[in-house]
Design a protein around this ligand. Structure first.
Ligand code: FAD
Length: 467
């Protein structure tokens, strides 16, 4: 008899409740990972993110081997085949109990509901844990028992609840060794090398080294000093003022609980408080994903915003995607996304607002482009961020508060350090001119602005006013 751990978005051995509970048994433990390339494609998972999973799985396999746990790989096109696959694994490998950490989006919840049903049919127990959240689903509620739609009220209650911090699970002790031939080869099973992982540049891989130890080192280093300056540094894209832990959190190489606990060991300051708030924004959007399933279905939270008449302008959309809008801060940000697979939060807000307001292009097209290129692409945070900027979310920026990208650039990149890095063609311009080069000093290889910011703003105001 065996215990089975099914790894999904939780590629770590430290603070992994599913793994920890499986290892509490006296039986040997087997681990599986199921690659679903067609599903990844449908979900717009970026090549950089898939490559990151690949590299983290290599690490995980080694770490599990130290616990006497073999990691087996399977490949199936999509989720439909998974309930039968799990049933076959359980029957062929004599599994007592399946252990997973919950995934929260609609497709994954449906897949898991089907797996639970199949497990019940064959008499195998199924244990689900919550590792992505600091607080259990549906535990933060208004007085009338409804989910919060406003972040401040949500975070006040969440902080009260977090006075008792979430449990942390240590790395389990090595399990009983599995006997030879206990895991005979099954259909759909593959070698790790058979999975078609995309290839990405070595440069991107160097920015984002794999492994939970790397994530923990980053967390520790961030909490030693930079967190204390987070209040002032977090909005300056040319500084490493934020933790850059998002890829690790999004793929479950690190848990939110580990981050929360790390803050409890810091000397309390505004910086620590604000960073905790970011973890709570993440939490808020995850709870929103569970409480308002339309988030997984490309629907706005404010349903009346479905009436907005978005513009269809393929040329401007492509200019935005390629970082060729003629607005330097927008272009530099979009090139950061293309070359690093990541973008600074302040810049995400600037480019998202530029697309949805000045260009009046549907937020869902921006959301999709981000998913297709972000190493930290995460349905709830990405959707939340886009709906915030597009003023279609429950607690989003009022539609009339439109960031002017040039003013933002002057404020958050006053010397143009960030712009110069990503747009070397503008590097020779003065600190004043770099934010919006005039026709006279604009180099030939840099486009003129694709939109008049003033007119774009007025057009957005009138489109939103109507709804
Ligand atoms: P830090 O500032 O160090 O924050 C720590 C952690 O808190 C982050 O790693 C992240 O997990 C979480 N966090 C911080 N800010 C937010 C936020 N506003 N919403 C939710 N969680 C937050 N974040 C993603 O992880 N994946 C996405 O796909 C994503 N898409 C976004 C799209 C838009 C349009 C916007 C405006 C924001 C998006 N964010 C997304 C949130 C935020 O930009 C990133 O989490 C942050 O830039 C990551 O950098 P960091 O790890 O240095 O963050």
């Amino acid at each position: 008899q065996h215990e089975l751990v099914w790894f999904r978005n939780d590629l770590r051995t430290i603070d992994n409740p599913a793994l920890y509970h499986a290892c509490q048994s006296t039986q040997p433990v087997i681990a599986i990972y199921i690659a679903t390339p067609q599903q990844w494609h449908q979900h717009d998972d970026a090549a950089v993110k898939l490559d990151f999973w690949h590299r983290n799985l290599v690490q995980l396999e080694k770490e599990l081997a130290e616990l006497n746990i073999e990691l087996h790989f399977f490949q199936h096109d999509n989720y439909q085949q998974i309930p039968d696959l799990i049933a076959t694994i359980c029957q062929q490998w004599a599994v007592n109990q399946v252990h997973v950490n919950a995934e929260l989006a609609v497709n994954e919840s449906q897949r898991d509901a089907n797996v639970i049903e199949r497990c019940q049919d064959i008499g195998v127990a199924y244990q689900e844990h919550h590792d992505q959240l600091l607080l259990p689903p549906a535990s933060i509620r208004t007085k009338t028992g409804t989910p919060y739609k406003v972040f401040t009220a949500f975070s006040t209650q969440a902080r009260q609840r977090l006075a008792t911090p979430p449990s942390l699970y240590p790395v389990p002790n090595p399990c009983k060794k599995i006997s030879d031939n206990a895991t005979k080869r099954l259909s759909g099973q593959c070698q790790f090398a058979d999975i078609h992982w995309p290839t990405v540049s070595k440069k991107i891989q160097t920015f984002w080294p794999a492994g939970q130890q790397e994530a923990l080192t980053r967390l520790t280093e961030f909490c030693q000093q930079p967190i204390q300056h987070y209040k002032t540094d977090r909005d300056t894209p040319s500084l490493a003022g934020t933790s850059r832990l998002s890829p690790y959190l999004a793929s479950g190489i690190l848990s939110a609980a580990q981050c929360w606990h790390a803050t409890l060991h810091c000397e309390m300051s505004d910086g620590v408080h604000i960073w905790q708030n970011e973890l709570l924004w993440r939490e808020f959007y995850k709870h929103t994903l569970i409480d308002f399933p339309q988030v997984s279905k490309h629907k706005p939270l404010k349903l009346q915003t479905e009436q907005i008449e978005w513009r269809h302008d393929e040329e401007q959309l492509v200019a935005w995607q390629d970082g060729k809008t003629g607005i330097p801060i927008v272009d530099a940000a979009m090139r950061q996304l293309l070359t690093r697979g990541w973008m600074h939060n302040r810049l995400r807000m600037i480019v998202a607002m530029f697309l949805t307001k000045h260009l009046l292009i549907d937020w869902r097209l921006g959301e999709r482009w981000f998913m297709q290129h972000l190493i930290d692409g995460d349905l709830s945070a990405n959707n939340g961020g886009w709906q915030w900027c597009a003023s279609t979310g429950s607690d989003s920026v009022p539609y009339f508060r439109i960031f002017n990208p040039v003013t933002q650039s002057q404020r958050f990149d006053p010397k143009g350090i960030f712009i110069r890095h990503y747009l070397p063609e503008l590097a020779h311009l003065s600190d004043k001119d770099i934010h919006l080069p005039s026709a006279k000093n604009r180099p030939e290889n840099y486009p003129s602005p694709i939109v008049d910011l003033k007119r774009g703003r007025l057009r957005a105001l009138s489109a939103f006013k109507g709804v």
